[in-house]
Design a protein around this ligand. Sequence first.
Ligand SMILES: [Fe+2]
Length: 200
Amino acid sequence: MNSSDDAVFFGAGRNRYNMPWKTVIAKINVKDSFDMDLVASEIFSLDTEWDTDKSQNEGISEELTPNIIAIRDKHITPAIIDYIRDIFCIEVTKEMMHVHTKGLTLRDRGFVGPHVHSAANFTTVMYPHDSSSSLFLTDPRGNACRGFPKDIRFTSFDDFEIKPKAGDVYIMPSYIPHFVVPVNNEFRATLVNDYFLDYK
Ligand SMILES: [Fe+2]
């Protein structure tokens, strides 16, 4: 267990600071490396949802989804390895994890209610196209914001809005609750990768 004895407290003023449980998310962009229309069509071909039994890599193959596999293996997985090293200070290799790849498609007022990707360790979302239907990440610290004045709630505990832009990939711990507001007049596609660390 980390304790105040071995933690490095920092700061130049009266107080010294540490940041237990701070949640860091990462972002990369792959728009210039792939044809985003092709990526979108591959996601639509999967037609899987995050909460169905057919969601675990079904439809993923070099033959059917070469762009999805290339984005995942050449861009997202290396970014995950960097993220784990940078934020969690652990060196892992791709052999030390496995990944579930899914496509989420929304249309006609479709939405995704609040949820977490339980059991996974890290989750990534990638958007082939801009979308006016945002993904909202909510504070994983549960009731932490209760009782605080609005100016503190709205700066330190507020939802984090992700506005999908073509090629954007976001990396986050899977414990962050999130939801997607209903779509209007568009087909919204998301490539979702859930990473599981296999070692103990
Ligand atoms: Fe999700």
